[in-house]
Design a protein around this ligand. Structure first.
Ligand SMILES: Nc1ncnc2c1ncn2[C@@H]1O[C@H](COP(=O)(O)OP(=O)(O)OP(=O)(O)O)[C@@H](O)[C@H]1O
Length: 316
């Protein structure tokens, strides 16, 4: 028996539901929708983010990859509260990054996010020791925490990052890898919801980089902190559960990795590449697929029961 067609009222209700703003999901650490950032210098406009959509679940560890100039640092600076988007929506751990007052922004940068830059020396104040650098964000929290509490937290963080013997050294007395470990401890001092790293292993040799990446992993696993890392390092991108690719200021595709255990207890990692679908149904197909089939301008889309098929446009 065939199903009767939906009534006009039902169709109207569906159309209305589709245009209603989506409820904010509280399980998300990061939610960006149609995020735009336009830079204007000397009358020239650069659209660094062109309607970027991204959601990150709480407790996730995500790598952001993409060609130089694709907008990764622009996105990270916005998420870190260092820059403001031109349009769109961006929410991190419940804070709306477009409507924040300057005072909210300062509090957000101090308490909600931790940020680690590529240039290891820029993450630390040169005239303070490692322990003093780690204590500083807690002191800036205007006396909320007693000195004894701060000392305990500094000791915990030095231990967690494996840098206790370096507590009294100033940044110039530390290697690049050691500086990044201290920087992670500084970023974690006020127990942020999200830890952001902009190429945090970019200045390090590969062995040191592996150690720093492990430190991020430990923080993510043991403290439950959501971690988002911009990286060019294939080792990092290949080892996280989710890698999101940015192209021309938009999220274009992502790779999800799952560990599957067979009946003999052998573990294998499976990878699947996905393209992003935005709210209006737009997708960015991988350039390599389009080139392979010579697709441009227009493709034929056919609905099947469980998939949509896209074919090259062969009409003349
Ligand atoms: N402050 C700025 N003023 C003007 N243009 C900018 C500014 N910051 C970034 N841009 C431009 O925005 C675009 C995106 O830059 P962004 O630094 O976000 O890219 P990226 O993916 O991080 O690149 P890379 O991997 O080289 O660091 C580029 O075209 C860049 O030139």
């Amino acid at each position: 028996m065939s199903t009767p067609p939906p009534s006009l009222d039902e169709l109207r209700a569906r159309a209305l539901a589709a245009t209603a703003p989506r409820a904010t999901r509280t399980d998300l650490a990061i939610s960006c929708e149609r995020l735009v950032r336009i830079f204007s210098t000397d009358g020239i406009e650069v659209q660094a983010l062109q309607g970027l959509d991204l959601t990150v679940d709480r407790g996730d560890l995500v790598a952001l990859v993409g060609a130089s100039g694709s907008g990764k640092s622009t996105l990270l600076n916005i998420l870190a509260g260092l820059d403001t988007p031109t349009a769109g929506t961006a929410t991190v751990a419940g804070s709306d990054l477009l409507t924040m007052t300057p005072k909210d922004r300062l509090r957000y940068r101090r308490d909600t996010v931790g940020f680690i830059r590529q240039q290891t020396a820029r993450n630390l104040l040169p005239f303070l020791t490692a322990a003093q650098n780690i204590a500083l964000p807690m002191q800036l929290r205007s006396g909320h925490r007693a000195a004894r509490h701060r000392r305990t937290r500094v000791t915990e963080l030095l231990d967690a990052l494996d840098i206790t013997p370096l507590a009294d050294r100033r940044p110039t007395e530390l290697s690049g890898g050691q500086q990044q470990r201290v920087a992670i401890a500084v970023a974690l001092a006020n127990d942020p919801a999200v830890l952001l790293g902009d190429e945090p292993t970019g200045e390090l040799d590969s062995d040191t980089a592996t150690g720093i990446f492990e430190a991020f992993r430990t923080v993510n696993r043991e403290l439950g902190t959501t971690v988002v890392l911009v990286t060019h390092d294939p080792m990092v991108a290949g080892e996280v559960r989710r890698t999101v690719a940015i192209r021309d200021g938009r999220t274009s595709s992502e790779v999800l990795r799952r560990t599957v255990t067979d009946e003999h207890g052998h573990e294998t990692v499976t990878e699947r590449e996905y393209v992003m679908l935005d709210r209006t149904g737009r997708i960015q197909l991988p350039a390599k697929f389009l080139t392979a089939l010579g697709m441009e301008h227009r493709v034929a889309a056919d609905l099947a029961t469980d998939h949509i098929a896209l074919h090259p446009d062969n009409t003349d």
